[in-house]
Design a protein around this ligand. Structure first.
Ligand code: MIG
Length: 787
């Protein structure tokens, strides 16, 4: 970034130095086994399969790849049936889903689907390396290619034309389109070309760069070191690619329901009194809330695993009281452990050898909030276990959620992180921080999540993390770090979270209202509307900024923010059903339209509207004093959620959105489930409302429900209730079937609301005529079913 105009002084123009890359050359010989090994003039290449539609390719310059186990991977290679055809110029290795072509002179790789459609191919350039052991892989780029994923990046949805670096970085400076590395590194992307999708996961923990900018003919991925180790995910649909990627890197457990409620934070609610006052305001104003965060001021001199006694003399009973009110406390826990010879955590860490060290054996010390601090070496299993057990300090007080910050790791110095020469133990296979930097946050997340899970004996933990690597979804939700109270940042949160979702992380959200800078009532209103539909919903703001709680800007803003927080609670059964789907399939809750409509060019870079699940479209207002916007509705019929006005899709429409309105559209054929408004997710529901937007076809919905708090869903204790609706001529047929009845929900009544009905109909429920239905205005046919 340019700090002064001196940076653009004409004398500073860099000569276009070209790095010397060495191509791996021609194929010399090869071995065909479960693992295919190719010896080339200047490197070795392997090919193996993880599924019929997932191939792994590794390359190491000048010697054999080690194929060491990965930090991201959950899956082992599989014995997949392959056929190998040998031709003079090339080899063709086929599974039922993927055909890999190995050209011999020079060695080049291409992948096709089983119908011969090209997924990836190499042309003039393929795999290469530099004298410094940097590695690179080029692929041809098609004019029709659009690129998604890449974890947490600024700018718009489609990343074609961008060059992106993966290096976990704490960026407090305003995030803007030229901000490159942020807190998360997920070296993976999906290409959508002519309606078909495939993916590449480049499993390399060094600094990596994806270049979709420098050429129109080819793109590349590069790493500062290590092996060229990547997976080709065959698609063919965008959803298949996410399923393939999350087969490799894992999926999240179902979060505790309370983690899906509204969360309130501030840097910091500094003492008990402030927290109590905050809670009493929520109660007085009857605004739902499920969690309150304690930022760094709760600690004694920023020492993790302590409370400041002056500020929180009765922390334990405070936490208990709040829990009784349905509110969880979530304290922040950073990795830095204060260097203090009298502080037990530091003592233990030193004595038991838990901290990161230089190769000579000195503990690495860096400055963070507590002052000079040491950093746990999470690459060692015993350190993760130690850190995990330390969570007991919190769980003993009744805490079930932890917020991990500064885990890039961030250090207050020029490079913003620890020395790259620090050597991580890595369970006896030592590696430099240069190699493991990008997984520090992931491993801290693993330690925290696993530790909490152990301490909570059967209750679901919640972990929020700032930093991570591919696979972070297994342990934590991700918030997008230090944004600002800028309209642009609210807008940017959408593509950022959508691309995180494509990258296997379904549980994400920005700081609602904006972290740094002062928010305004209008911005907070619009942002709360958006936040009600981002998977993670937390209002958070920085030290010294204006108050940003829902009531901070007077009556009108207070009313509207409350209305949207309540709307979040209404939508919980539907959102929870979608979180369950994310747990099962990896599919995100918040989706870019291109995921559902990959053939529709209007969706390719649509960055200011998104879907919740398949068929609910959210189109927030992202500018001040703006009460209308253009919404793109894809093919099909769409209902305005508020007015039931019907629109024919496949076109852009102009909608009105006064300050109290978030445009929401529901697609014909959809069903959504809603609960009554309540002050906390912990309040049991008395009924559930099923909104049906019938179409000519039979429509289907599977409502998911479980206890929301334990892991017993993993022992079949959940409910899957399938509801089908067929609306034809003068009748509506509803069928309800429990396809899995391992849990019986608190609600016994289902209220059906059939939308878009022009006259009274005969209603059959499981074949029985229902006579007590009534037709409301706005063409909604309503009836109740009691169990
Ligand atoms: O250097 O803990 O992104 O959410 O409030 C700042 C104080 C450290 C950065 C986090 C922010 C948090 C703040 N932290």
């Amino acid at each position: 970034m340019q700090d002064t105009s001196f940076a653009i002084h004409p004398g500073n123009e860099k000569a276009n130095k070209s790095t010397q890359y060495y191509d791996i050359g021609n194929l010399i010989d090869y071995e065909i086994n479960q693992l295919f090994q190719f010896r080339c003039e200047r490197g070795w290449v392997t090919l193996s399969f993880y599924a019929e539609d997932i191939a792994r390719i590794t390359m190491k310059p000048l010697s054999k790849p080690t194929m060491e186990s990965s930090f991201a991977l959950m899956k082992e290679p599989q014995e997949i049936e392959t056929v190998c055809e040998e031709h003079t110029q090339y080899l063709l290795i086929k599974t039922a889903q993927l055909h890999i072509k190995i050209s011999k002179i020079p060695f080049r790789i291409a992948a096709y689907d089983h119908q011969g459609r090209v997924l990836v191919e190499e042309g003039k350039r393929g795999m290469a390396f530099t004298q410094k052991q940097e590695i690179i892989c080029f692929k041809e780029m098609d004019a029709a290619d659009h690129f998604y994923g890449f974890g947490e990046k600024t700018s718009f949805l489609d990343k074609r034309g961008e060059k992106m670096t993966m290096w976990n970085t704490d960026v407090f400076a305003p995030h803007n389109p030229e901000t490159d590395s942020l807190y998360e590194s997920i070296p993976y992307f999906m290409t959508i070309r002519n309606g078909f999708a495939h993916g590449i996961f480049f499993d390399n923990t060094y600094r990596t760069v994806f270049d979709l900018k420098s050429s129109q003919e080819s793109y590349s991925f590069w790493a500062e070191g290590g092996e060229l180790d990547y997976y080709i995910l065959a698609g063919p649909t965008p959803k298949d690619v996410i399923a393939q990627y999350t087969t490799l890197t894992g999926r999240m457990d179902i979060p505790p329901k309370w983690a899906l409620g509204y969360h309130q934070s501030r840097y910091s609610y500094k003492d008990e009194q402030e927290v109590r006052e905050l809670v009493s305001l929520f109660k007085k104003k009857e605004i739902p809330v499920d969690a309150i965060y304690l930022d760094i001021h709760y600690m004694d001199g920023y020492r993790v695993f302590t409370f400041d006694y002056d500020r929180f003399p009765q922390a334990h009973s405070l936490i208990q009281e709040l829990r009784a009110e349905g509110i969880n406390i979530i304290p922040i826990v950073d990795p830095g452990v204060k260097q203090d010879a009298e502080y037990p955590i530091y003592q233990e860490g030193v004595r038991e050898n838990h901290f990161c060290k230089s190769i000579e054996g000195n503990i690495y010390l860096g400055e963070v909030w507590p002052g000079i601090s040491a950093f746990p070496d999470f690459s060692n299993t015993d350190v993760r276990r130690w850190w995990g057990q330390k969570q007991k300090f919190y769980t003993d007080m009744g805490i079930e959620g932890i917020w991990n910050d500064m885990n890039e790791p961030a250090v207050f110095n020029e490079t913003k992180t620890m020395d790259l020469s620090v050597i991580h133990g890595n369970d006896g296979n030592p590696k430099s921080h240069r190699e493991l930097h990008n997984v520090y946050g992931l491993l801290m997340g693993e330690a925290t999540y696993t530790g909490l899970k152990e301490q909570l004996s059967g209750k679901r933990p919640f972990v929020l993390t700032r930093a991570g690597y591919a696979g972070v979804q297994r342990y934590a939700a991700v918030w997008t770090g230090d944004n600002r109270s800028f309209w642009e940042h609210m807008q940017m949160a959408m593509p950022m979270c959508m691309n995180l979702g494509i990258s296997g992380v379904p549980f994400t959200g920005p700081d609602v209202g904006g972290f740094a800078h002062d928010t305004t009532g209008e911005l907070l209103t619009r942002w709360t509307q958006l936040g009600a539909f981002t998977p993670y919903f937390r209002n958070h703001s920085n030290l010294g900024t204006v108050a940003q709680e829902p009531w901070a800007f007077g009556e009108e803003v207070g009313m509207i923010t409350k209305k949207y927080i309540e709307l979040r609670y209404k939508w919980l059964p539907h959102l929870y059903t979608l979180f369950r789907e994310a747990h099962q399939t990896g599919l995100p809750v918040m989706r870019p339209l291109v995921l559902e409509y990959p053939n529709d060019p209007h969706t390719f870079n649509l960055s200011d509207q998104f879907l919740i699940g398949e068929n609910v479209l959210i189109a927030p207002i992202t500018r001040p004093s703006t009460y209308h916007r253009v919404v793109y509705l894809p093919e099909g019929i769409w209902y305005d959620y508020w007015t039931d006005t019907k629109y024919e899709g496949g076109t852009h429409i102009m909608v009105s959105a006064p300050l109290d309105t978030l445009p929401i559209f529901v697609k014909e054929g959809a069903m959504i489930s809603e609960a009554p408004v309540k002050l906390s997710t912990k309040v049991p529901d008395e009924h559930v409302i099923i909104h049906v937007y019938p179409s000519q076809q039979v429509t289907e919905y599977v409502l998911y429900e479980d206890d929301g708090s334990s892991f017993s869903y993993q022992n079949k204790q959940y409910l899957e209730r399938k509801i089908t609706c067929h609306h034809h001529e003068n009748q509506v047929e509803i069928n309800i079937e429990d396809i899995h009845a391992g849990y019986s929900p608190s609600w016994k009544t289902m209220i059906f609301q059939i939308h878009g009905v022009d006259a009274m109909k005969t209603i059959y429920v499981n074949g029985q005529e229902k006579t007590d239905a009534y037709l409301e205005d706005k063409h909604i046919l309503t009836f109740e079913l009691n169990q």
